[in-house]
Write a protein that binds this ligand. Structure first.
Ligand code: KG4
Ligand code: ZN
Length: 339
């Protein structure tokens, strides 16, 4: 089954062609980072306008790179939410139009639930081990920090989530207060490589032993308080230490809770996904922890950690196989509670 995936939940317009929920024939992502950078965050109205401009060329490019036409496509999977409603509606309306005109089955996909499906993706000809059910997934993105237990492709429960800021948001807000621009995750990642993670002891937001929820706003405030206590802008060397020490505190909380969740659920396979899963320190700490604890770790390639449509097509394929079809009344669901 060849499925066209479409993603427009936030500030990336993406389309992908995926075979059997697994082999990526193409994956195209048009980022709006440049548009939003000067505002220090995503401006919803600008995001939806950019999606309108990008959606046709991005889908055309995905089909071209897959050497496919719409006649080769068996179904369309589109992100239904959660996300910015104006952004979601562009992808959804486009997908519904295509589905109607070409008579193709359509399915709406939960963006957060789709992130771990990146671990099932492989390039053409690539032989890659995939997670076995049941597995625990730690989804760490700009919008969400969520621990989930997947019993099967479409059966899951939420084990824990952030009570305030997501980990990605903490990276972005700390980068902003350090004057590093938006989005800040990758910049902090790079700076931290040259700093000391032991230089400043920031709080580890664990919320008590065994608790699987997250909280990052206190950590962000601790960084702000530290910067203010300096009485002036930090030196270049100290900036690197702040970045490394902050990053270590976030990574500590994420790695600890990922391990707690696997132990609690009695599972061996841990799938880590979402934009923050492209963080180099996080990846190496996870790898260390998994080998010490005997866990099997699955982290998608960085390009499938950040928002993309291949993960949407992958989950969409499973939903279509399960007979889950949407009609033209399919509407955007901006919050998870709407699902
Ligand atoms: O999954 P994603 O692309 O979009 C959402 O669904 O939110 O995640 C974006 C988030 C941003 O907060 C960005 O700063 C963060 O992922 N991010 C990183 C890195 N690359 C992206 N955070 C830490 N280290 C990175 N290397
Ligand atoms: Zn995402």
């Amino acid at each position: 089954m060849i499925v066209l995936g479409i993603e427009s939940s936030c500030d990336d317009t993406a389309a992908a062609v995926v075979e059997n929920g697994r082999v990526v024939l193409s994956s195209v992502v048009s980022s709006q980072d440049r548009i939003h950078a000067r505002y220090g965050g995503v401006v919803p109205e600008l995001a939806s306008r950019s999606h309108i401009e990008a959606i046709v060329p991005v889908v055309e490019e995905a089909l071209a790179r897959a050497a496919a036409s719409l006649d080769d496509i068996h179904g369309i999977a589109v992100t239904q939410g959660p996300g910015l409603v104006g952004s979601l509606l562009i992808g959804l309306s486009f997908a519904k139009g295509l589905s109607y005109v070409k008579g193709l089955p359509l399915v709406g996909v939960n963006h957060i639930e789709s992130h771990p499906y990146a671990a099932f993706l492989a390039e053409k000809g690539e032989d890659r081990e995939v997670p076995s059910f049941p597995f625990v997934s730690l989804i760490v993105s700009g919008g969400h920090t969520t621990l989930m237990y997947f019993e099967d492709y479409t059966k899951y429960k939420i084990l824990g989530q952030t009570l305030d800021d997501s980990a990605g948001e903490a990276f972005d807000k700390v980068a902003k207060l350090l004057g590093l621009g938006y989005p800040g995750g990758a910049v902090i990642d790079a700076l931290a490589k040259e700093g000391s993670s032991q230089a400043i002891t920031f709080p580890r937001p664990l919320l008590g032993k065994g608790n699987l929820d997250f909280s990052f706003s206190g950590l962000k405030t601790a960084v702000l308080t530290h910067v203010r206590s300096l009485g002036g802008p930090p030196s270049e060397a100290h900036l690197k230490d702040i970045a490394a020490s902050f990053q270590e505190a976030v990574v500590d909380a994420l790695v600890t809770k990922g391990l707690w969740a696997c132990r609690d659920a009695g599972v061996r396979d841990l799938v880590v996904a979402g934009g923050v899963a492209s963080n180099s320190r996080f990846r190496s700490r996870l790898t260390e922890m998994a080998s010490k604890e005997g866990l099997k770790l699955f982290i998608p390639a960085p390009k499938y950690c950040t928002d993309n449509a291949a993960m949407v097509a992958s989950l969409g394929t499973r939903l279509l196989e399960n007979g889950s079809f949407a009609g033209l009344e399919l509407n955007a669901l901006p919050t998870w509670e709407g699902f």
